[in-house]
Design a protein around this ligand. Structure first.
Ligand code: ATP
Ligand code: MG
Length: 188
């Protein structure tokens, strides 16, 4: 999920996960997700999760320090398997050449464990290229920061510049790595 602030990313993620039965949201801002059991420290999350990891769950993790806690949460996600894992503000912990191994493992091999990762960011330019390279589906909302637009043009082709210019509020361009592209909009 890529797009500037207020463009509709979090609303779209909430739509996407509404009917999922095993979900964990890494809620860096602390107010994006409220449909689930909320945890504030890794130990409590782990204790709870040890009991429910074979069942359905909706969990929200609100970190005190997202940079140090994200790899720990990724480690738990990896062990749990078969879930949707949402992370807001991934530019904070997927910096160029600075993506922790635990994060990389989920992106690279999560598919084999039915881990579907949804990463959200306002700033694609500031993200480790190896992370965006592993993405299979992209929702690109309104973006106008020149460095971000340049990055998107480089990654998805220069036609995206014109597409972004005519994108309406809360609309997104949905792109898959098979080359499919369509315009959509989340539902409030
Ligand atoms: N599809 C939509 N239809 C109507 N209103 C919407 C839609 N999507 C978003 N909004 C409105 O815009 C606000 C901001 O949307 P959202 O929180 O999804 O933005 P965001 O891209 O996640 O922003 P940020 O990067 O700052 O977190 C929402 O609270 C809602 O009021
Ligand atoms: Mg948001």
């Amino acid at each position: 999920m890529i797009g500037k602030t207020g463009s509709g990313k979090t609303v779209k993620v909430r739509n996407l996960i509404a009917d999922e039965s095993r979900v964990l949201c890494f809620d860096t801002t602390g107010h994006d997700y409220d449909d689930g059991v909320v945890f504030y420290d890794v130990k409590s999350l782990k204790t709870f999760w040890d009991k429910v990891y074979l069942k359905d769950f909706r969990l929200i993790y609100r970190p005190l320090n997202e940079v140090t806690e994200f790899p720990l949460i990724c480690g738990l996600v990896w062990k749990c398997q078969d879930l949707v894992f949402v992370a807001e503000e991934i530019d904070l912990f997927c910096k160029p050449n600075g993506t922790p191994d635990e994060v990389r493992t989920i992106l690279k091999r999560g598919r084999h464990r039915d881990i579907r990762f949804i990463g959200v960011t306002q700033r694609p330019y500031g993200i480790d290229r190896s992370v965006t390279a592993m993405g299979t589906e992209f929702f690109i909302f309104k973006t106008d920061e020149p460095r971000d637009v340049d990055y998107l043009a480089e990654r998805f082709g220069s036609q995206i510049r014109e597409q972004l210019k005519v994108l309406e509020q809360y609309q997104y361009i949905q792109l898959t790595d098979h080359g499919h592209s369509e315009i959509g909009k989340g539902e409030l």
